[in-house]
Design a protein around this ligand. Structure first.
Ligand code: TTP
Ligand code: MG
Length: 359
């Protein structure tokens, strides 16, 4: 529990209610008030989610179709329309940004907002959460649930407590009792295996968890164990991390000696291309523009770029363009001390603009 000297943060966690299913019911009045499952209608498919009407029968996410039919024979299967969900996702993010720039999206339908300082000078976080809920309802015709607290962990648990269309506030003074009563399966990172292990150790709720020392928890659960130790005492200082949109991905190498032999330059460039391609592949993020950067021995920086209509995905294509760009430079300059390659106009950036579906 943070001591009374601490200036508490104000964190809101927002999560849309039965997200995909609600969008389907909004866009097709015939589905309203009925048990529906989004996806899972095919032979092998599983559901993405289910409407609240279907949840009464026990239908939920990631369930195979046959199981859903067993639980709820009158279920209506609806194929997913990811573009529609993406659109709402962008809409709600725009709403959040009216109130704060400290937004950390966790998925398409949920985000943390740090509103300690906010753009509308609203001192009461609960009132701000109400405003956000109202904006979302008015502009998307959909409901969401909000959790309000002083840290991320409690705000996220709180948003799930009064679904749908709910709001739950856990004040710092209520946090300790709240956490002591919390079933361990609600604790971050408690999967089935951990839950079973905890069960065996007699840990059912926060208060049981508290009986163990930090060392004991670390020995049994590693790094997560230390996290549990702090969390159950209400200590969670993780900041809300605003997602910065990446504009470019690049690699450069400063050389020990200036190089001017053509074959040496190409050798270094080939190594860079290899690493550069690996990095893009790992990030699953490619660019439409490639930039070659060179620094001459007298510290002059030269860049040459080329853009394509589509993302430059293959190593051979990167090499082809990089060689072309190098040829352009070699006419004027010879000796270099740095070589680099950068990709820009990235896939991730354009997805953010809503041009490309994320699914
Ligand atoms: P959730 O927020 O977990 O669920 P939900 O919004 O449907 O319901 P709740 O009211 O309980 O928040 O997930 C958001 C969307 O993500 C969900 O509508 C569909 C999708 N999803 C999947 O595709 N597969 C899954 O296994 C889960 C859990 C969600
Ligand atoms: Mg949700």
């Amino acid at each position: 529990m943070p001591d009374s000297e601490t200036k508490y943060r104000k964190i809101i966690h927002i999560d849309m209610d039965a997200f995909f299913a609600s969008v389907e019911q909004r866009d097709n009045p015939e589905l309203r008030g009925k048990p529906i499952a989004v996806g899972g209608g095919g032979k092998r498919g599983v559901t993405t989610t289910a409407s609240y009407e279907a949840r009464k029968f026990g239908v939920g996410s990631a369930m195979p179709g046959y199981k859903v039919r067993e639980l709820c024979p009158q279920i209506i299967f609806v194929p997913p329309r990811f573009d529609a969900y993406k659109e709402v996702s962008l809409q709600i993010r725009e709403i959040f940004s009216r109130y704060t720039d400290l937004i950390e999206p966790l998925s398409f339908d949920e985000a943390f907002l740090d509103v300690t300082e906010n753009k509308v000078n609203e001192a009461i976080a609960t009132d701000l959460a109400m405003r956000i809920k109202n904006d979302i309802k008015e502009e998307t015709q959909l409901t969401c649930s909000a959790g309000v607290s002083y840290c991320k962990f409690i705000a996220k648990i709180a948003s799930d407590m009064n679904k749908p269309d709910g709001i739950t506030v856990i004040k710092p003074s209520q946090a300790l009792v709240f956490l002591e009563q919390l079933p361990v399966k609600k604790f971050f990172g408690v999967g089935k295996v951990t839950a079973r292990k905890m069960e065996a150790m007699g840990i059912h709720t926060g208060v049981d968890l508290k009986q163990y020392s930090k060392l004991e928890l670390a020995q049994n659960f590693g790094k997560t164990g230390r996290f549990f130790y702090d969390i159950v005492r209400g200590i969670d200082n993780r900041p809300v991390k605003a997602e910065r949109v990446r504009k470019s991905i690049g690699i450069e190498t400063t050389l020990n000696n200036d190089i001017e032999e053509h074959h040496e330059i190409v050798e270094v460039l080939d190594k860079i291309i290899e690493k550069f391609h690996q990095r893009l592949t790992k990030a699953e993020n490619f660019g439409r523009t490639l930039t070659l950067k060179l620094k001459t021995k007298d510290f002059k920086t030269i860049t040459r770029s080329k853009s394509e209509d589509y993302y430059i995905l293959e190593k051979s294509k990167i090499r082809e363009i990089a060689y072309q760009l190098l040829e352009q430079v070699l006419g004027e300059h010879k000796a270099f001390r740095l070589i680099g390659l950068t990709a820009s106009k990235l896939q991730s950036e354009e997805e953010e603009d809503g041009q490309i579906s994320l699914f």
